[in-house]
Design a protein around this ligand. Structure first.
Ligand code: SF4
Length: 205
């Protein structure tokens, strides 16, 4: 596939994704209107959990406080936020806002069925974009690459290779999570960011 064919195929895929209402049709009370992001030339792809309400309103992944923390981390790995957003790909396990958690704390975790309904979009985008580095962010995304899902302590600060791609996980940067604040976990995140920085240099970014 030529470069322009790949660009056209991704644009077509994104148009179909924007029109997707599969979870609504399956009875889930999501807010329809997926958050779609990424260019076909991206070498780095982040995969988050699901958009929050601010992401859906702005149509921009990691738009709120969690995004600020994420880009503070990525800055340590040498990435500029504006350039990263313009040239890389920021995807998620599910793309529509799942609504508030029934407990009232934070957003609802997408169900396994919703994740499965959304998975083909993600797989197709990975195939078309063909990133060299994937950064799964948070347990739901990390679980796409590590089965069974290990404890965060065992996986943050490490990298694996899958299908010729490097996978370097990060914890979810939500302010609601205290995991990153523990000194030993902060050291794990620093190790992960060093690994990401090394990949960034190898990719010439
Ligand atoms: S979450 Fe994914 S599968 Fe579900 S409606 Fe949105 S885009 Fe479609």
């Amino acid at each position: 596939m030529t470069d322009s064919q790949r660009a056209a195929a991704l644009a077509e895929l994104h148009a179909q994704l924007r029109a997707c209402r599969k979870c609504l049709e399956a009875g889930y009370r999501i807010t329809p209107g997926p958050v779609v992001h990424g260019v076909h030339t991206a070498k780095v792809m982040t995969i988050g959990q699901a958009p929050g309400v601010t992401e859906v309103e702005a149509k921009r992944p990691f738009n709120g406080d969690a995004g600020r923390r994420l880009f503070q981390w990525l800055a340590e790995a040498g990435f500029d936020e504006a350039e990263f957003r313009a040239t890389q790909a920021m995807l998620a396990v599910t793309r529509c806002y799942p609504g508030k958690s029934p407990t009232g704390h934070g957003d609802r975790l997408p169900t396994r069925e919703e994740q499965a309904l959304c998975r083909p979009w993600l797989e197709h985008e990975i195939e078309l974009i063909n990133p060299r580095l994937i950064i799964p962010i948070g347990k739901l995304a990390i679980g796409l690459f590590f089965d069974p899902l290990p404890a965060l302590e065992d996986v943050i600060g490490t990298q694996i290779e899958r299908d010729g791609r490097v996978i370097i996980p990060l914890p979810h940067p939500s302010g609601a999570s205290t995991w990153p604040n523990r000194p030993d976990n902060a050291a794990r995140i620093k190790r992960a960011l060093k690994l990401i920085d090394r990949q960034r240099r190898m990719l010439g970014l």
